[in-house]
Design a protein around this ligand. Structure first.
Ligand code: GLN
Length: 447
């Protein structure tokens, strides 16, 4: 009831596309009975959690923030969501997001923008912006989002909460509506590290429905939060020197670095010369994958179908023309272009090679250091409507987050104060693959 009231009182933020009020109360009652009877309680007993509108949940609507999925109901439940339920969590509702998780502001949703609770004239970030706001505004205790190029960490930074992108393949993607399959990760929003670690322990690990998921053992992350006494940490020259980096964010980062040094940790500057190719690599590969993934939305199998279609061809055309928004169309066009016969080698193959180089360089640094510390975003949350005119500018804002997705490593954004307009600042930590246990401990130490 507490969370349902909070959701009702904050309706103007436009966080939830569906609220499962009756169902959640029903479940709460069932859990109460379990408690009364002395039954064994799940690890997430009573945790009230929201999910991003790209995770399928049986017999519930899912739209991926798109008109093209209007009216569609899921026939099964995503593995990550199923695991929350099995551990006695309460799913409170489905949360707004940028259409097909494409965007950095939540303004690309066909269901209206979500507002940042710290300042209603600012964006919450994206694409999982509403999930970040749900935790920021106390509408639930935690939320599941997805992070393909920063969509958990960037909104976490903009809203002053914790946001984790795990190692690629750590969490099953079964039941996650695909954007770019070799980048997509389910991530977690919470107020603190311990909750985040606990939830990852529940949702991570092998799954017979996703053959790409890792069978690497899943530790009880929340039990490994003791920090070490001497960490070796790197910061990247190219990120510190980034011209677009807001002064207060740079100061917050330098402050953390000083703090680490004063406490006896070793912090050093490294250089990653290929970093300037990160964004083009990311946007070539993700649009290519998106153009393939989104070809299934053709009016035949899912959701919306253009009513005035008169034959198969016109049904495809009209359905996709009317169902997809501007940004999604732009990316399908870009992806189709880079995969076309005459440009495939020049763009797609080249980008794959650069991806490997950046991955090798990044992992080399993580061979020599425990963590990389960097800003999550170049600026704090921007005003509404400031980027809609210029998509390329919006792409540039992903400069610090896409590295973890291009390379597959885990990364977390933690709150690190506010700027002089009182907007939250996020600092990001990255570790080598499957080192979430150490990442959590270090993040907890720095918070
Ligand atoms: N802003 C990035 C993009 O638009 C991130 C998206 C994501 O992580 N889902 O592609």
């Amino acid at each position: 009831n507490h969370y349902l009231n909070a959701i009702e009182a904050n309706k103007q933020l436009n966080v939830f596309l569906d609220v499962y009020a009756d169902e959640a109360l029903e479940r709460a009652k069932m859990l109460q009975q379990k408690l009364d009877k002395g039954d064994k309680l799940g690890r997430l007993f009573g945790l009230v959690i929201g999910i991003k509108d790209v995770l399928v949940y049986k017999n519930h609507s899912v739209r991926a923030g798109s008109k093209i999925l209007e009216g569609f109901e899921s026939q099964f439940t995503a593995t990550a969501v199923q695991r929350l339920l099995e551990e006695d969590a309460i799913i409170i509702g489905m949360q707004n997001c940028d259409e097909f998780a494409m965007g950095s502001t939540n303004e690309n949703s066909a269901y209206g923008a979500t507002l940042n609770a710290a300042d209603h004239n600012k964006v919450p970030g994206g694409s999982s912006g509403a999930s970040a706001v749900s935790v920021q505004a106390g509408l639930c205790m935690a939320a599941l989002g997805t992070d393909t190029g920063g969509s958990v960490r960037q909104p976490a930074a903009f809203c002053g909460v914790v946001g984790l992108k795990p190692t690629y393949s750590r969490v099953s993607r079964n039941g996650l509506i695909a954007y770019a399959s070799s980048f997509d990760c389910i991530g977690i929003f919470t107020n603190n590290i311990e909750d985040n670690a606990l939830i990852l322990s529940v949702i991570a690990g092998k799954d017979e429905f996703d053959s790409t998921v890792s069978s690497e053992e899943v530790p009880e992350y929340q039990k490994h939060l003791q920090p070490r006494e001497n960490y070796k940490v790197a910061y990247i020259k190219e990120t510190i020197e980034n011209e677009g980096l807001q002064r207060e964010i740079k100061e917050a980062l330098m402050h953390k670095i000083d703090l680490l040094k004063r406490n006896g940790h070793q912090v050093e500057e490294v250089t990653l010369p290929h970093l300037e190719y990160l964004l083009p690599t990311y946007y070539i590969l993700t649009t290519a994958e998106a153009s393939a993934n989104l070809s299934r939305f053709d009016g035949v199998r899912y959701g919306y179908r253009a009513p005035e279609a008169h034959n198969l061809e016109s049904m495809y055309k009209l359905t996709r023309t009317q169902g997809f928004g501007e940004e999604v169309k732009r990316r399908i066009m870009l992806g189709t272009f880079v995969l076309s016969a005459s440009y495939y080698d020049a763009y797609y193959t080249k980008a794959q090679k650069v991806r490997r180089i950046i991955r090798d360089e990044t992992r080399e640094v993580l061979n020599n250091y425990d963590f990389i510390i960097l800003p999550t975003t170049p600026t704090t949350a921007l005003p509404m409507n400031s980027q809609t005119e210029n998509p390329a500018e919006m792409y540039l804002a992903d400069v610090f987050t896409v590295q973890a997705n291009v390379t597959g490593i885990p990364a977390i954004s933690i709150p690190a104060g506010v700027d002089n307009e009182n907007m939250p600042i996020g600092i990001q930590l990255m570790a080598d693959v499957f080192k979430e246990d150490q990442l959590f401990a270090f993040a907890d130490y720095l918070m």
